[in-house]
Write a protein that binds this ligand. Sequence first.
Ligand code: GLN
Length: 446
Amino acid sequence: HRCLDRMNVLDPDLNAVAHVDPDLTLAAARAADARLARGERTPLLGIPVVLKDNLAWAGTPTGNGSRITRGYTAPHDATVVARLLQAGAVPVAKAAMDEFAMGSSGETAAQGPARNPWDRTRVPGGSSSGSAVAVAAGYAPFALGSDTGGSVRLPASFCNLTALRPTYGVLSRYGVTAMASSLDQVGPLAASARDLAAGLAVMAGVDPADATSRDLPGTGRLADLQPADLRGLRIGLPAECFGEGLEAGVREAVEGALAVLRDLGARLVPVSLPHTPWAIDTYVLLNTAEVSSNLARFDGVRYGARVEAGGLDETLAATREAGFGTEAKRRILLGAFCLSRGYVEAFYVRAQKARTLIAGDFEAAFREVDLLAAPVCPTPAFPLGDRTSDPLAMYLTDVFTVTPALAGLPALALPAGFSGGLPVGLQLIGPALSDVNLLEAAHAFQ
Ligand code: GLN
């Protein structure tokens, strides 16, 4: 009840909620109460959670931040949602998001942008904008987002939260609306690594419904996360993430956090990820290609809204014209172009080769160091409207978050400090399947 009350007071201004279903929420809360009364004590029992609106929660709309899926109600739970419910978590809302998770600011959401609770004239970061605002504003202590190229880490850093993009495959994508399938991962957001770990503990593990899912080593250490001993830990600082373009205040905050890690015994080692300058181009090509094929299913026949316009082709075109926003249309067109005959070799295939080189950079770095540290973003939260008319500026927001995503690696965003009163995030990146170690390192820092 208190969560719902708080949301009712704050959300008319913050616009972080896409949908609430008080009956389902109160039913889940009562079920948790009954389990508590029977003496059950598990970390998530009765804990309010918020779910990004691209995750299926049976009986509620999966809106995807889009007009085109309006009216669609999920008949099933996403595996991650089912596992949270089984653990006794209580979903209190579906969270606003950029349309189909395409965006870095929350501003492509069909319902309009969410606002950053730290400064309501600024963006909260995206695409998991509502999930981050919900935790930062205290609607719930835990939220799920999704991270294709930075979408939990960026809003976490803009809203002073901790968020994990797990190793690709650690969290099932079953019941998650696909944006770019080779990159999409569900990711939790919370106030600390310890809280993330409690959630990950119940969600991780192979899911027969997602063939890319895999087991996470060390899952048993998550429920009661212990801080790592950082003495002697080698933390690599990629030169490409500390060059020009990094705002002075962000650099200062990140260096402050690195000094703390050093005081805890970590060794800071300069390293290089030489293919980083190609990362945004690579990401945009692969992302748009996958978007163009994944979004083909929104045709007015299978899901949600339909605009009738005579024949089937006309209806399909009218539905997609009215249903998709500008960014979705841009990516569908770009992606279809880069996959088309005559261009596929020059664009899609080359981007795949670049992806392999980027992954190779990380493999080489992890022969020298245990973890990598970098800023999450070159700037803190920017003003609403600042980048909406410049897609390139918006894509460049993700310059430090797309590389681990392309390599399928786990990456954690955690609060580093402040710049001009705005939160700044530090990113810790680890080798594949080192998610638990990353969380333990972050816990030692926090
Ligand atoms: N901002 C990036 C994009 O627009 C990443 C989004 C995401 O991770 N879902 O694609």
